[in-house]
Design a protein around this ligand. Structure first.
Ligand SMILES: Nc1ncnc2c1ncn2[C@@H]1O[C@H](COP(=O)(O)OP(=O)(O)OP(=O)(O)O)[C@@H](O)[C@H]1O
Ligand SMILES: [Mg+2]
Length: 343
């Protein structure tokens, strides 16, 4: 089965053709990050306008790269939440238009479910290699969720952030350290250069809970930066290269340790047979390494390009959702606050 996966929930315009939920025939991502860089964050209005102009060319490129025409597509899948309302609407309405004009089934997919199903792409297939239950950590710009997956499409949310998401914390810390947007990759790069470490930053924990909290960690970084006199920046008093690298390292270690600590606990409490990492923060090499070191069950992590937003993960998740039939969800809504695994 060939599924065209469309993803426009945030600032990446993406489309992919996925065969049988695991084989990537094509995967095109038009990133808008250069456009948003100068504002230090995503401007929703700009994001939706960019999706509007890029989406159909991106879909055409995905078909071309797969050497297919629309006639070979068996179903269209589109992210219908969570995400930015204007961005989601462009994807959902374009997918409806394609479904009607091509006469192809249409299904809406939860973006977070997509991040989980990235782990089924390119032969990782955790169900075959480890089996259920699996613990999934989705750490991204908007979410930090721990989910138990008892079977395909069977999710229970067991932990979430109470304030900032892990990716959001990286992005905010990068601003304090004078780094660009998105902050996660910049902080990772700087950390690799750190020769010495400054005193450790706190690792916030919530008693008797698998929830996360990152806003206090960000405040701790701001207080240190103020004490050292490199923040707020007035008259070129910004951090030295050494301060940037050392604080990047300290900040990354603190976030990674919180993510690993709660995931280890989730695995043991749920007798999980494996762990899936997904979302943009799962691209972080230190997180991948420390999670692997801490686990005695297999850890499944898509390659970095499949951790950040893409259409391939939407096509993969759709395949498993389409096993029970081929719907035409033409009355589908874009749902900005769509959740997953809450009973
Ligand atoms: N190597 C990395 N290390 C740490 N963080 C990273 C890395 N690469 C990307 N990120 C972070 O991942 C986030 C983007 O991830 P993703 O594209 O999945 O998020 P999103 O789609 O904006 O949010 P969501 O998936 O919650 O809707 C950004 O906050 C970015 O800083
Ligand atoms: Mg995402």
């Amino acid at each position: 089965m060939n599924v065209l996966g469309i993803e426009t929930s945030c600032d990446d315009t993406a489309a992919a053709v996925i065969t049988d939920g695991t084989i990537i025939k094509s995967n095109i991502v038009a990133s808008q990050s250069d456009m948003h860089k100068k504002y230090g964050g995503i401007i929703p209005e700009i994001a939706s306008r960019e999706h509007f102009t890029s989406l159909i060319p991106v879909v055409n490129e995905a078909l071309e790269q797969a050497s297919l025409t629309y006639k070979n597509i068996d179903a269209i899948a589109v992210t219908n939440g969570p995400g930015l309302a204007g961005s989601l609407l462009i994807g959902v309405n374009s997918a409806k238009g394609l479904s009607m004009s091509w006469d192809k089934p249409l299904i809406g997919i939860n973006h977070l479910e997509g991040h989980i199903y990235s782990a089924w792409l390119e032969d990782l297939e955790p169900d075959h290699q480890a089996g259920f239950p699996l613990v999934c950590l989705i750490a991204s710009g908007g979410h930090t969720d721990l989910v138990v997956m008892k079977d395909h499409l069977d999710y229970k949310l067991i932990g979430k952030t109470r304030d900032d998401a892990a990716g959001e914390a990286f992005d905010k810390a990068a601003r304090v350290l004078g780094l660009g947007f998105p902050g996660g990759p910049e902080i990772q790069k700087m950390s690799e250069e750190a020769l010495e470490t400054v005193a450790a930053l706190p690792r916030p924990a919530i008693k008797d809970s698998l929830d996360f909290s990152f806003s206090g960690l960000k405040t701790a970084l701001v207080r240190k930066a103020e004490a050292e006199g490199f923040y707020p920046v007035i008259d070129n008093n910004g951090p030295s290269r050494q301060q940037t690298t050392e604080y990047s390292f300290a900040f990354q270690e603190a976030i990674v340790d919180c993510l690993v600590r709660n995931t280890v606990k989730a695995v043991s409490e749920n007798n999980a047979k494996g762990v899936i990492l997904g979302g943009g923060v799962a691209a972080n090499s230190r997180l991948r390494q420390k999670m692997n070191d801490a686990m005695d069950v297999p850890v499944f992590v898509p390659r970095p390009g499949l951790c950040t937003d893409n259409g391939a993960m939407i096509g993969a998740a759709a395949f498993f959702n389409l096993q029970n039939g081929l719907p035409f969800e033409l009355d589908m809504d874009a749902i900005p606050n769509l959740r997953m695994g809450i009973t």
